[in-house]
Structures are given as C-alpha cells and as structure tokens.
Design a binder for this molecule. Structure first.
Ligand code: RRO
Length: 307
C-alpha cells in the first residue's frame, strides 16, 4: 500500500520532520529503515553556517528548546547527502531550504535539483533567521513572493517537483499566511515550526541557551499545532501536513482529524528510535477497529457534530 500526499508517494504517511536528524544522509536512511515513510532534511541555505554556540538544545519536562542557528554546510556540500539517501532507499526525500530573500531560495532550490529531491519544503519559519529573514514567515507578501519564485524556478525540472511551505505558529493569523502560500502556488503547507521560547538558570540568573532564546518543540506544543492545522484545513484548498508534538499513535490520529494529510515527527525520535513504525502501526490498528480509512479520518473533526 502507498499513500499519495502533496505530490509525493509514501509507504506510510509519516515523515522525519526537518531538524538535526536530517543533517546527514546516514541519519536519514536510519529513520527510513526504522519506519519513516519519508524524510525532510535539515534546512539548507546558500552558504555554510556554523550555528549558535552551546548549549544549543536543552531538554525540558515536556519538550526541547533549540537554538541551533541554521547550521548547514550549504547546498553545494549537501547535494551528496540527498544523493546518498536516494541511492539507499526508495522513500521520498524532501529538501528543506532557507534563505534571506526569494533569490536565495531560488538559488538553493535550483542548486539542489541535481540531487533529485522529491519535494522542497520552504522554511519560512525558523525562529533564528536573522534580519530580513526573521519576519519572512509572518509577512504574507514575502510568503507569496518567495513561494511563486521557487515554483517558477523549478517548473522546468526533469519531473514536476512539489513545493511545500513550512509555517510559523509565531503569528497572529496563520490562516492569512497559509492563504498567501496557496496564492503563491504551494502544493502543501506544513504546520508548525517551533514556538519562540526561553529558559533561565535560576542560579546564575542567565538564559540557559547560548543564543538566549530558542524554539520549543515536543509534546508541550501539540495543542498549538492541532489548532493551527485545524485553522489551515478550514481556510485552504491544498493539503496540510501536521507537525508538532507527535509521539504516540493517538497524536497522529488527532492531527489527522484536525486536517493533516500526513504527519512529521522530530523530537520524539530522540526517545524512541522506532517512533514512526509504532505511531503508524497504532494508527492503522485504530482505523481498522473503527472501520475508517485514512481519507475518512482527515478533517473528521470539522464535520462531526458534538454528541
Ligand atoms: O536551526 C535552527 O535553529 C532551527 C530551524 Br532552521 C528551524 O526551522 N526551527 C528551529 O526550531 N530551529
């Protein structure tokens, strides 16, 4: 059985979320071997970035705060990692890309084409992007322009390549941003990136992270992600991919009922190497018991009346 979601085909609708575990080809192959239907790379940009100083990731009771600071070796170096995954598995590889403006995004997308990614995910939502980048994902005009520019740049690729947009929850109106992505030609939106956060060491009185503030992920953010996916599903005609705090099969079902056509998992992989396999197995079992298939679950919460 395969699933077609947002222009790609997967053995199951779970993907590794963009992040540290997508930094090397070997790590991405490991997630696929452990049950991920596909993988999203760490966000890749136009030039090498060395990231923020440590501590750059801290574990709290209900999640992580990271301030990685977009570390990546540039698209030129990263092509080899994508090619490595493509040589080892048939599962789709989605290239997460970032830049300061639309010309950066176009340069990175075109530059990665030779490694044959199955889709692009435009990261318009990193809480650590600098300058113009910091508010890229909260300005509808930037979202629309960057989306349209990348779509136009890759339209003549050897095969049609879908372009997704990853959205930030750090905005007043996520529907407005999702609509701008859709108007720009997005094939899907992905929600959500991390939520701006901070932790302070009470003994020194200093913020714990090297960068002082960071982005919160893990179970703490799931209810926020559910609400964002719910709102986007209601507002848009394109698929919504749900990410944020999924670690159990119940979370995947809830995310799909909110409107997600597929889910991404990041933080929970640190607790359970086989989280993709376990989440999907539980979700499949539940759907079978209920007599529902995937298409009936997606967006179910929008149609069910309260009992
Ligand atoms: O590298 C990071 O600091 C980072 C990125 Br690009 C992102 O999209 N989200 C996040 O929480 N951290």
């Amino acid at each position: 059985m395969t699933y077609s979601v947002a222009g790609i085909t997967l053995p199951n609708p779970t993907l590794l979320a963009a992040g540290v575990l997508g930094t090397t080809g070997a790590s991405m192959v490991r997630q696929i071997n452990n049950g991920a239907g596909g993988v999203v790379t760490k966000s890749i940009g136009p030039t090498p970035v060395f990231g923020h100083s440590n501590p750059s990731m801290i574990a709290l009771e209900h999640g992580f705060i990271n301030a990685m600071g977009l570390p990546n070796p540039s698209f030129e170096e990263f092509r080899g990692e994508i090619s490595f995954v493509k040589s080892k598995t048939k599962a789709p590889v989605v290239a997460s890309i970032f830049g300061g403006d639309s010309s950066d995004f176009v340069k990175v997308a075109k530059g990665l084409l030779p490694s044959m990614p199955d889709a692009f995910e435009l990261n318009l939502s990193c809480p650590h992007a600098k300058g113009y980048g910091a508010d890229i994902g909260s300005r509808p005009e930037h979202v629309r322009e960057i989306m349209a520019a990348v779509k136009n740049a890759v339209k003549d690729a050897a095969q049609p390549i879908p372009v997704w947009v990853k959205l930030t929850p750090n905005v007043a109106n996520i529907k407005e941003i999702g609509l701008a992505a859709q108007e720009g030609g997005a094939d899907a939106v992905v929600a959500i990136n991390t939520i701006r956060a901070m932790a302070i060491d009470i003994h020194s009185g200093w913020p714990v992270l090297g960068n002082r503030s960071g982005g919160l992920s893990g179970p703490a953010i799931k209810p926020v992600a559910i609400k964002c996916v719910y709102d986007l599903y209601e507002a848009l005609d394109i698929p919504v991919i749900g990410v944020g705090g999924i670690s159990k099969w119940e979370d995947m079902i809830e995310m799909m009922m909110a409107g997600a056509s597929a889910v991404q998992i990041g933080s929970a992989v640190y607790e359970n190497d086989f989280v993709f396999r376990d989440v999907w197995a539980g979700a499949e079992r539940f759907m079978k018991e209920k007599g529902w298939d995937v298409s009936e679950i997606i967006g179910l919460s929008h149609t069910k009346k309260p009992a």
